[in-house]
Ligand binder design. Structure first.
Ligand code: FES
Length: 142
């Protein structure tokens, strides 16, 4: 059996939404404690809806594939829906990731959260701080 699903290979070789948004409403940058890779996520928000999203990463193929899929999953959705997106859901949408690569998918989830937090901070919107763990990723502390 192939190590990576066809969907992972597709999103890795043809990643969606790569790049930057110059006048983004929220930007999140996250480092993966396990491997040192980094991810930057840009959001454009209108009336609580994510109208555009782009990402840049210095990460492995699994990080690229999960970020690509994650951006597709939150585009056009409300911020609340985006905050509910888990790395597990993204991995499932990609038909799975090898167990030792699951930590890579955490980058996308955490970067989206960080970008939303930045959006809230910039706009003075109150939020539940427990939704946004600090810098260190809780999933990586194994
Ligand atoms: Fe670092 Fe995959 S090895 S994100």
């Amino acid at each position: 059996m192939a190590l990576y699903s066809e969907k992972v290979m597709d999103h890795f070789t043809h990643p969606r939404n790569v790049g930057i948004i110059d006048n983004a409403d929220g930007v999140g940058e996250i480092g993966n404690a396990k491997c040192g890779d980094i991810m930057k996520m840009y959001l454009k928000v209108e009336n609580n809806i994510i109208t555009d999203v782009k990402f840049e990463t210095f990460g492995c193929g699994s990080a690229i594939a999960t970020s690509s899929m994650a951006t597709e999953m939150i585009k056009g959705k409300s911020i609340d829906e985006a905050l509910q997106l888990t790395n597990k859901a993204v991995a499932e949408a990609l038909d799975g990731l090898p167990a030792h690569k699951m930590h890579c998918s955490v980058l996308a989830e955490e970067a989206i959260k960080a970008a939303v937090k930045d959006y809230y901070d910039r706009n003075g919107i109150a939020y539940d701080k427990s939704l946004f763990p600090d810098e260190e990723c809780p999933h990586c502390h194994e």
